[in-house]
Design a protein around this ligand. Structure first.
Ligand SMILES: Cc1ncc(COP(=O)(O)O)c(C=O)c1O
Length: 428
């Protein structure tokens, strides 16, 4: 029996069946370097999807930072330690003024859960506004605010305190076109009015500024900013989930919320922050942190340990040293241009949208149709994999092909991706 087959059998024996594997014929990857992955036979794949390995797989400086600190010491936040402080200081320099109080956790889910706690304490309310199609994590508190999950297979719908706004998708959403922002805002505002008439106050509005699991959705202008203003006016807090889009991925700006000129009250960071190491951060204002400080200690066995902080700090430095944000803007810009050329060639491509290296290709049934084709999208992704390029699909109809590679992805990779996609679409 081939090693790969026996691994699949062992997986069935030991892992919960709730786990999933990518691709019909799953890959057995044994090594990664930069934007490339290598399987057990040494076959090289271009990784077009792993936004967690932000500065590249197995970056030597990340490994060195981890090794050096691990050899020296790993403890917790109950000791005085420079590592966490140096890291927090560097992160502060990347954030808007006023966002300067940090909590350290180990996953995006933990951070979003903590963000909800902060908002609930600050406002003494549970009422939360979310975007349809959004995903914010796998904890009970987050399945509850993630329509992507609670409306999906096995989901139980939202609890009474969760209020979804239609997904602000200008291509295929309830309202369409670049001027649809005010219409989505009206939906959010109606929720606020209803809460008021029910004599309830809003705790928070949590959103990504560009939606990842929703299908690489760029909300129309005039929606998020107006929503932030209205939420604040009613005494609620605005939580920006930067778990997928932060750290320069969008090219134009370091944070997703900057793309929409937003000033969140709480920001959650994850995934790329540790380049694969389980590290995540919540950052907020002094005022909100003070209100949360009610006598109950915040302790997290692993969150903020020196090894995690050394890794996070190394990632932050590499982003600057290797000018990865600028690179994402240039390479991503050219990639989006080439994908748009494919769009004009193939009716199957309904929309190409993106900023930097966060790109979505929406696959539809054909010309003048807005009917999604998850089947075609999945076929394309499988074929891309056969041609040694790893991508995936997302969105409520699983018809959006996502491109969000490690930020070291270069022009040659972009050309290879577009030429391969062209060949596959030609044969479809
Ligand atoms: C936007 C967003 N928020 C939060 C999470 C949860 O992060 P984690 O998987 O680290 O718990 C995810 C994970 O995919 C995500 O995409």
């Amino acid at each position: 029996m081939r090693v790969k087959d026996s691994l699949a059998d062992l997986r069935d024996s030991y892992l919960s069946p709730s786990f999933s594997l990518s691709y019909k014929n799953p890959l057995h990857i044994v090594r990664g370097k930069g934007q490339y992955l290598y399987d057990f036979e040494g076959i090289k794949y271009l990784d077009g999807i792993n936004n967690i390995q932000h500065v590249g797989h197995s970056h030597p400086k990340v490994i060195k930072a981890a090794n050096t600190q691990f050899k020296l010491l790993n403890t917790n936040t109950r000791y005085l330690d420079e590592t966490i402080l140096n890291y927090a200081r560097s992160l502060t320099k990347k954030l808007p003024k006023g966002l300067n109080k940090f909590f350290f956790t180990n996953s995006g889910s933990e951070s979003n859960d903590l963000a909800l706690r902060l908002a609930r304490k600050y406002t003494n309310s549970l009422e939360t506004i979310v975007l349809e199609g959004a995903y914010h994590g796998h904890l009970i508190s987050l399945i509850e605010i993630s329509p992507y999950k609670y409306n999906g297979p096995g989901g139980d719908g939202p609890p009474d305190h969760v209020h979804p706004v239609p997904m602000p998708d200008p291509f295929r959403g309830k309202y369409r076109g670049p001027d649809s922002g005010p219409l989505y805002f009206e939906e959010l505002n109606n929720i606020l009015k209803k809460l008021k008439s029910d004599q309830k106050n809003i705790a928070s509005f949590i959103s990504e500024s560009v939606m990842g699991c929703g299908g690489q959705i760029f909300p129309p202008g005039d929606f998020l900013k107006a929503s932030y203003d209205a939420i604040r006016f009613e005494g609620g807090l605005c939580i920006a989930d930067e778990v997928q889009i932060g750290f320069g991925r969008l090219g134009k700006c370091f944070w997703g919320f900057d793309l929409q000129d937003l000033r969140p009250d709480i920001v959650t960071l994850g995934k790329s922050i540790g380049n694969g190491h389980p590290l995540s951060v919540v950052v907020t204002t002094s005022d909100i942190a003070e209100k949360f400080h009610n006598g109950m200690e915040y302790f997290n066995s692993f969150g903020g340990n020196p090894v995690s902080c050394a890794i996070g700090h190394a990632v932050l430095k590499i982003i600057d040293e290797e000018e990865l944000q600028q690179k994402a803007m240039k390479v991503g810009g050219r990639l989006i241009e080439m994908l748009n050329e494919l769009k004009s060639k193939y009716d199957l491509i309904g929309d190409v949208r993106g900023e930097g290296l966060f790109i979505g290709i929406e696959i539809i049934k054909g010309k003048n149709s807005l009917t999604p084709s998850g089947l075609a999208a999945r076929h394309i992704v499988e074929q891309m994999k056969e041609n040694r390029i790893l991508l995936s699909t997302d969105g409520p109809d699983h018809n959006v092909i996502k491109i969000k590679p490690p930020m070291v992805f270069n022009d040659e990779d972009a050309l290879f991706l577009v030429e391969t996609l062209d060949k596959i679409l030609l044969k479809y």
